[in-house]
Every structure is written in structure tokens, then in C-alpha cells.
Write a protein that binds this ligand. Structure first.
Ligand code: ZN
Ligand code: ZN
Length: 280
């Protein structure tokens, strides 16, 4: 079985659930840019496969077999008295001895989500990265379909960061698959144009990014879209002091200011957008 299959199933299921919730409890009327966003996703996914192939699974499988990474060191430290001597390459947090799955999976999900938070922050801070990331923010209608809208340049520049994080962490293959399945599902659900009951929303946002929190991240106001960078967990924004409160009852303009960029709707316009001059 391909390592990517559980991820595809998880993301597809989350997308279907998000689209169903949008029909049942819509936040506001919105017409999703299906053709353009799905087209951009297809181009980005194709280029990623062409350039990196299954590098993510290969790096994870290698760290697991070579026992490389932070998780391995931590487990070895706990078991060093009984571990047999070994001279093979063993490096990284999760690698010196096989980390138990109950340690490896949560540590991998936490570690890679933190790296994603930091990288997302860098995408807003660094002008070159923002050129590509603003294509995601420029969607005129924020819906679950926006979760497909990432420029190939953003996908190709972010993957080496994730590969390095997997190696340094020493995340085993199964844990990386679990992370990608949860991360992809969270990405689809938090873009949903949906209102949640206030009590449920308050409970969820203690630990997780809700659609209302991520909606703030798509606010036209720069002070608000330079906040709420998390994808799975909401506590990175609390720790990083980048949290902006958001509730389903909040109403505000979404997208990017007309002066900073248009709202490219066609696939060609989205692909060319990073190379257009735009003020922020
Ligand atoms: Zn962003
Ligand atoms: Zn988004």
C-alpha cells in the first residue's frame, strides 16, 4: 500500500465533510472558485511529484532505518543501559532506538505542526515568500476549496523545510503519514465557510485552529492576516503572541486589499501572480 493513500483518504473525507457543513451551516454566501483552485492544486501536485517524487516517505523511511533524529536520541537516553553497542549512523530526536508509536506519533505531529507554524510566519514576513503565499490569501471567496489554493512555488519551497524537519526529528514513516493525514484534514476543515455553535467553538479553540480563527487569518486587514498562523494546534499562536481572536459571529472583509493585488481568478493569472509587482 502506498504511504500516501491514508493521507489522500483523510483529506478527501475532510473536504467532503467541510463542504457538507458549508451547506448546512454557512457563515455567509460564497461562491467557491472550484475550477481555478482545483486547477492550481493539480499543477502544484504534479510539479511536486515531478521534483520531489515520494521524498517525504523516503526520508522518513531512511531516518527510521538509520535511527537518525531527535526522537531516537531521546529514546536511546532512556534505554542506553540495555541497548546493544551499535556503530551505524544514528542521528536525530526520534531515532537511536525505535520510539514507541505512542511517543513517535504525537511528537511528530507536534514537531511538524510547529515547523509549519514557523514557516507560515516566515511566508508573511519575507517579501519573496509572500509573493507566492499571497495567491492563497487572494481568494475572493473563502471556502473549503481555498484549501486547495497554494501556488506551486510555495509548495516547492516549503517541502525542503519539511524534509529537513522530518530528518532532524527522526520521525518514522508511520508517524509522518499520521501527521500528513491530520494536517491535510485540518487544512480542509479550517477553510470551511461554516459557523459553529459558540460553546463548541470555544472548547475547540483551546487546542485547535477553528474555521473562525483561520477566517481571521484571511482578513483584508494586515494586522489580522499577520496572525493565527497555526494549522492544527492553536497554542503555537498563543506561545508566539500571534493570536487574533475569531468567532463565527464575526463579520469582516476577506481577501487582500485591492491596492496590494487583484483577485486572480484564472489559473494562468494565479500562476503569474508572484511575478507581478504589488504593494502590500
Ligand atoms: Zn497566510
Ligand atoms: Zn488559509
Amino acid at each position: 500500500m502506498s504511504a500516501g493513500l491514508p493521507v489522500v483518504v483523510s483529506v478527501a473525507a475532510a473536504l467532503v465533510l467541510a463542504l457538507a457543513l458549508e451547506r448546512l451551516f454557512p457563515h455567509e454566501p460564497a461562491r467557491a472558485s472550484w475550477l481555478a483552485n482545483a486547477g492550481l492544486w493539480a499543477v502544484a501536485t504534479g510539479l511536486r511529484a515531478l521534483v520531489f517524487g515520494g521524498a517525504e516517505w523516503q526520508v522518513a523511511a531512511w531516518t527510521e532505518s538509520a535511527r537518525f533524529g531527535l526522537l531516537a536520541l531521546s529514546v536511546q537516553a532512556a534505554t542506553c543501559h540495555s541497548a546493544p553497542p551499535n556503530t551505524s549512523a544514528r542521528f536525530g530526536l526520534l531515532a537511536r532506538a525505535p520510539a514507541p508509536v505512542l511517543v513517535a506519533v504525537p511528537m511528530t505531529v507536534l514537531g511538524l505542526d510547529l515547523v509549519s507554524y514557523l514557516w507560515h510566519r516566515a511566508n508573511h514576513r519575507l517579501a519573496l515568500l509572500w509573493r507566492f503565499h499571497r495567491v492563497h490569501h487572494a481568494d475572493p471567496a473563502l471556502t473549503a476549496v481555498t484549501s486547495l489554493r497554494f501556488h506551486p512555488g510555495e509548495i516547492l519551497s516549503s517541502l525542503p523545510v519539511r524534509l529537513a524537519a522530518i530528518a532532524l526529528l527522526g520521525a518514522p514513516l508511520g508517524a509522518v503519514v499520521a501527521f500528513e493525514a491530520v494536517f491535510g484534514a485540518a487544512n480542509a476543515l479550517e477553510h470551511a465557510n461554516v459557523d459553529l455553535p459558540a460553546r463548541l467553538e470555544r472548547a475547540l479553540e483551546l487546542g485547535l485552529i477553528t474555521p473562525a480563527l483561520h477566517r481571521r487569518h484571511h482578513s483584508v486587514s494586515r494586522a489580522e492576516h499577520d496572525a493565527n498562523y497555526g494549522t492544527i494546534f492553536s497554542f503555537w499562536d498563543r506561545l508566539g503572541r500571534s493570536r487574533c481572536p475569531g468567532a463565527s459571529s464575526d463579520r469582516f472583509p476577506l481577501g487582500l486589499a485591492a491596492g496590494s493585488t487583484g483577485a486572480p481568478r484564472s489559473l494562468a493569472a494565479m500562476l503569474l501572480e508572484p511575478f507581478r509587482r504589488a504593494t502590500r
